[in-house]
Design a protein around this ligand. Sequence first.
Ligand SMILES: [Zn+2]
Length: 150
Amino acid sequence: MKQSPQDKNLDRMLRSGKLTAGGFFGADSRSVDEVIAEDAATLIKLGYRVAQVAARMQELRDLARPALGNWVRVNDTLQVKSEDYKGMIGCPWPHSGQFGKRITAAQRLDTGQSASWSDLNIHLIEEHGFFEGRGAFFRIEPEELIRVIF
Ligand SMILES: [Zn+2]
């Protein structure tokens, strides 16, 4: 896929280890656009929209937050917890946006499957359709996430 110079800069920024441990790509050699396009295709195949996934992640985060790191029962098959860490992290796209280092975890009580995400993940998915590269610390596999949160 051909990339504009601006995309190349974005690529470089996203791959930088300065932003998060391991950056946003891990060992993924695909371009930003390719990562986004493949995950978008996966979502379509599964019958979900990006906005819907991001909204559910946000909803679960908000349910978990008041319990300050303790598990909260969402329903018979799902529990969530959310923990805050010191500091802020910025979105690597060229716009202003700082996010608290909050990690939300969701666990299925029926299958034992779990998923976790940061507030920045929610933003990256909602605004940029970006689930991060394979091998990145906060890479989210759309298929696994959907299996847990819906
Ligand atoms: Zn952004």
